[in-house]
Design a protein around this ligand. Structure first.
Ligand SMILES: [Zn+2]
Ligand SMILES: [Zn+2]
Length: 278
């Protein structure tokens, strides 16, 4: 059984529609795929319908933008009740922060002498509810200010660069209980990748587990073999579920093909058994 628990569609910053993504997952030989768009559940219905058609198991999820000790941390939430009011309110707040951030980034870039408008960004996001920095990056590429999305981030959009603007992110320690309160399962995405850095050591993960954290994404392209081995050992110590995933973005991210990392079936069963949404 091949299981990939982290993918993005055009409901956030991926390039495949939810239905296309599900078909691509089937074609890639996956048996289970989770759709985990940034702060958005709007792709679930279309993906679920297509999953029924092609015969693959869809795990509805999302990747929530949170903050922990002033660092951005991505929190995967699987199988939460989408109608849970506290969770929905928290996601609304994140989306509002994301929407307000784009004009701030565009202003900062213009002050730096780069010709770009909010319309240029809107053209890239194609009406996605989660328009954000990747769409700014795509606009910069299209306008010839960067060679590709990665270069746009490295040269212009990352912290310390001219086009960086801060924004609201939900406190991780509040978001984990919100996810479990909505019947979902909370797993930290790429804990030692570019965004999490080293604030998530064993002591921090132990503390977060006490708040309801269920697992960590160990097998992710941001983690080399050494990091994976160390993180796997910590997960074993703390009895956390271990997942592996592609973080597929369609054409939006290279080297993240569907199924490039997968989750062990036993770990997947454990994760699903922890969900309690209706
Ligand atoms: Zn992420
Ligand atoms: Zn992701």
């Amino acid at each position: 059984m091949r299981i990939d628990l982290h993918t993005h569609s055009s409901a956030s910053d991926g390039t495949d529609t939810p239905a296309d993504l599900v078909r691509a997952a089937k074609a890639a030989g996956l048996d289970v795929v989770a759709l985990t768009d940034h702060d958005a559940m709007s792709g679930w219905a279309e993906a679920a319908q297509e999953a029924d058609e092609v015969g693959i198991t869809l795990v509805p999820g999302l990747e929530i933008s949170t903050a922990y000790h002033h660092r951005g941390v991505h929190l995967l939430a699987y199988l939460p009740d989408p109608t849970d009011p506290p969770l929905a309110a928290a996601l609304d707040r994140i989306l509002a922060g994301r929407t307000a951030r784009t004009p701030a980034i565009v202003d900062a870039l213009r002050r730096h002498g780069i010709a770009i408008t909010e319309d240029d960004v809107r053209r890239e996001s194609g009406g996605s509810v989660a328009a954000g920095r990747p769409h700014v990056a795509d606009a910069l590429v299209r306008l010839g200010h960067a060679g590709d999305r990665t270069q746009a981030f490295t040269d212009l959009l990352n912290p310390g660069k001219p086009g960086y603007a801060n924004r609201y992110a939900a406190p991780l320690e509040e978001m984990i209980p919100l996810v479990t309160g909505a019947g979902g399962v909370a797993v930290i995405a790429h804990p030692w990748g570019r965004s999490g850095g080293t604030v998530l050591d064993e002591a921090a993960l132990s503390h977060l587990r006490d708040l309801g954290l269920a697992g960590v994404e160990v097998d992710h392209q941001d983690h080399g073999p050494d990091l994976r081995a160390r993180l796997r050992a910590i997960a074993a110590n703390l009895d956390l579920v271990v997942t592996g995933s592609s973080d597929y973005h369609g054409l939006g991210k290279v080297d993240h093909d569907l199924g490039v990392n997968t989750t062990d079936p036993e770990q997947y069963e454990r994760l699903v058994s922890l969900a309690s949404s209706p």
